[in-house]
Design a protein around this ligand. Structure first.
Ligand code: SAM
Length: 275
């Protein structure tokens, strides 16, 4: 197969499941090298599709679980990986999936999670995955490049906002490499990129309530063009903003994660029921 194209079993890619199947062997190889699979790993792939990445990983790890929503793909996966005793299929929606199940079924302490994610659900899926972080060693994802830019954005960047702030609160974010549309079948309309997310062993920033921090940042960025004084006027006055080291005249994208976390704690201390 000079093009590296995998047999499709006659499966027609479905847009509603975000199916853009990888067929470029160099890109797949790059993803596998970035993951550095180990014999002790319990690896979870979200959306294995036709198994293009799966087949390069399954023999290199201890256990491999896949979570796939499209039930038409399940028989193909069962046939393709029938001889692999360490391969486990979970049919269902990754957005609702309880990832603790895999450790309960397979034993072990921590999961490594990978996936060429369906782009239409990537943001809610990332937020869902953040709720399982104590069980997670690391995560490698293919996402729209624009989403990787948002994940990695620093204060002042155009892409800086709720997604980056909340993911950076929990994880180290490393954009790894870009992937062109031609690597997929069918090609998506946008560039893609691979990112590694590693939960912080020691969080650089903490707050008493990450959930309240999420609400605060959502409120701040819902009025991106306003000053923080205006965007946050229902929860914080100027004195509180200044106490958190925030200039009330600044816009939400000029405020660092650390300052949002400090402000969050000050708001919680001022009205403990707010979280
Ligand atoms: N890993 C394959 C590859 O790289 O060629 C397929 C990637 S494709 C971009 C996304 C995959 O996620 C598809 O197999 C799709 O059916 C699956 N998928 C879509 N929504 C899902 C969901 N909510 N839960 C689990 N899998 C999902």
């Amino acid at each position: 197969m000079a093009s590296g194209r995998k047999p499709s079993f006659g499966h027609q890619p479905r847009k509603r499941f975000g199916q853009n199947f990888l067929h470029d062997p160099h890109i797949i190889d790059g993803i596998v090298r970035a993951i550095r699979p180990q014999p002790t790993d319990i690896l979870v792939e979200i959306g294995p599709g036709l198994g293009a990445i799966t087949e390069q990983l399954v023999d290199q790890v201890g256990q491999m679980a896949v979570v796939e929503l499209d039930r038409d793909l399940i028989p193909h996966l069962k046939i393709s990986f029938a001889t692999r005793k360490n391969f486990h299929i979970y049919e269902g929606d990754a957005l609702k999936f309880d990832f603790r199940r895999i450790l309960a079924d397979l034993g072990g302490e921590r999961l490594r999670i990978v996936g060429n994610l369906p782009y239409n659900i990537s943001t809610p899926l990332l937020f869902h995955l953040l709720t399982f972080l104590p069980l997670v060693q690391d995560m490698h994802f293919m996402l729209q490049k624009e989403v990787v830019d948002r994940l990695a954005a620093g204060v002042g960047d155009d892409a800086y906002g709720r997604l980056g702030i909340m993911v950076q609160y929990y994880c180290q974010v490393e954009p790894l490499f870009q992937v062109p549309p031609t690597a997929f079948d069918p090609p998506p309309k946008v560039d893609s990129a691979i990112v590694r997310l590693t939960p912080h062993a020691t969080p650089p920033v903490t707050t008493a309530s990450p959930a309240a921090l999420g609400k605060l940042v959502t409120q701040a960025f819902s009025q991106r063009r306003k000053t923080v004084r205006n965007a946050l006027k229902s929860v914080a006055n100027d004195a509180l903003l200044v106490q958190a080291g925030i200039n009330p005249e600044h816009r939400p994208e000029q405020i660092a994660l650390r300052e949002y976390a400090t402000l969050n704690d000050l708001i919680l201390a001022a009205s403990p029921d707010a979280g």
